[in-house]
Design a binder for this molecule. Structure first.
Ligand SMILES: NC(=O)c1ccc[n+]([C@@H]2O[C@H](COP(=O)([O-])OP(=O)(O)OC[C@H]3O[C@@H](n4cnc5c(N)ncnc54)[C@H](O)[C@@H]3O)[C@@H](O)[C@H]2O)c1
Length: 269
C-alpha cells in the first residue's frame, strides 16, 4: 500500500530537476502521474523512468504560461485517469538582471513563468477539484477525501535577492496566493500549501557559463554554501520528500503554510 494509491497527480515542469524527482517520488507512493513540461523530450524521459519502476504516467508537453495550454494539461489528466486529486505547481525559471536594467519584457516574463503558470493550472483544475468536492459535500455531507494543491515559492522571496526582482515578486505572490486559496478551498477539503526551496542543485543553480541565461556565478555558489547550516546544497529529492508529504494524507490537517526546504539556511525563513 502506498500513501498515494488511487490518487491522480499533475506535476508541472517535471521533465527536469525538482519536478522530475517529485514525479518519480509520487509515482513510487502509488499515484498515477501527468508529467508536464515545456520540452517534450525530458517529459517523455520522466514517463519512461516511472514506467520502468512499475508506475503509471503520461506526458503532456505544454507551455503553461498560456491559459489554454494549462487547460490542455488538466483535461488530459481527466481524460486519461478520470479525475484529478493532486496538483504540484512546480514549473518556473529565472531570468536575472539588476532592476535598473530589467525592462518590462523581462519583468513580465518572470511573473508569467513563475506566478501565472501556477494561476493558469490551478484555475483550470477548479472544476475537477473544487466542484467535485462540492458535489460530494452536497450528496454525502463531506468531501470523499482531501485533495492537494502545492505551489513552489523560493526562500529568495523572503530574503530578497539582488538581480531577481521579477522572480522574487512572483515567488512572494505565491506565498500570498497559498494563504488565500487555503481559506477559500478549505471548506472543500482542498489543502493548499507551498514549498520554499533554498539552494537545490539543478540547472538553475549550476555554475554559470559565459553567455548562458541560467545558473549562478561560482563565487555566489560558494557564498551560498557557507550559509547552509547542514553544510551541503539541497538535492531535488529533498524537495520531492516534502512534496510527497504535502500530497499525502499525512498532511490532511496542514493548510496555508509555506515550508522552507533550505538545510537551515541562515537568514532564510
Ligand atoms: N533550484 C533551486 O535552487 C530552486 C530554489 C527555489 C525555488 N526553485 C523553484 O523550483 C522549481 C523547479 O526548479 P528547478 O530548479 O527544478 O529547475 P529546472 O530548470 O531544473 O526545472 C524546471 C522545469 O520546468 C520547465 N518549465 C519552465 N517553464 C515552463 C512552462 N512555461 N511550462 C511548462 N514547463 C516549464 C522547464 O522546461 C524545466 O524542465 C521552479 O519553480 C524554481 O523557481 C528552485
Amino acid at each position: 500500500m502506498g500513501r498515494l494509491d488511487d490518487r491522480v497527480a499533475i506535476i508541472t515542469g517535471s521533465g527536469r530537476g525538482i519536478g522530475h524527482a517529485t514525479a518519480l517520488r509520487l509515482a513510487e507512493e502509488g499515484a498515477a502521474i501527468v508529467v508536464n513540461d515545456l520540452d517534450p523530450e525530458p517529459a517523455q524521459e520522466t514517463v519512461a523512468e516511472i514506467e520502468k519502476n512499475g508506475g503509471r504516467a503520461i506526458s503532456v508537453a505544454a507551455n503553461i504560461m498560456e491559459a489554454a495550454e494549462a487547460k490542455k494539461v488538466v483535461d488530459a489528466a481527466v481524460a486519461e485517469y478520470g479525475k484529478l486529486d493532486i496538483l504540484i505547481n512546480n514549473a518556473g525559471t529565472t531570468r536575472d538582471n539588476m532592476f535598473h536594467n530589467m525592462g518590462p519584457d523581462v519583468f513580465e516574463f518572470g511573473v508569467k513563468v513563475n506566478l501565472f503558470t501556477a494561476y493558469n493550472m490551478t484555475y483550470a483544475a477548479m472544476p475537477y477539484m473544487r466542484e467535485v468536492a462540492k458535489k460530494e459535500k452536497t450528496e454525502q455531507g463531506q468531501p470523499a477525501y482531501n485533495r492537494k494543491i502545492v505551489f513552489t515559492s523560493s526562500v529568495a522571496a523572503i530574503t530578497g535577492n539582488p538581480g531577481q526582482a521579477n522572480y522574487t515578486a512572483a515567488k512572494g505572490g505565491l506565498i500570498a496566493l497559498t494563504k488565500t486559496l487555503a481559506r477559500e478551498l478549505g471548506p472543500f477539503w482542498i489543502n493548499v500549501n507551498a514549498v520554499a526551496p533554498g539552494f537545490i542543485e539543478t540547472r538553475l543553480t549550476a555554475a554559470k557559463k559565459e553567455g548562458e541565461d541560467l545558473g549562478i556565478p561560482e563565487q555566489m555558489r560558494t557564498m551560498a554554501l557557507m550559509l547552509i547550516s547542514l553544510g551541503r546544497y539541497g538535492r531535488p529529492e529533498d524537495v520531492a520528500n516534502v512534496h510527497a508529504f504535502l500530497a499525502s494524507p499525512d498532511s490532511d490537517y496542514v493548510s496555508g503554510v509555506t515550508i522552507p526546504v533550505t538545510g537551515g539556511q541562515i537568514g532564510g525563513m
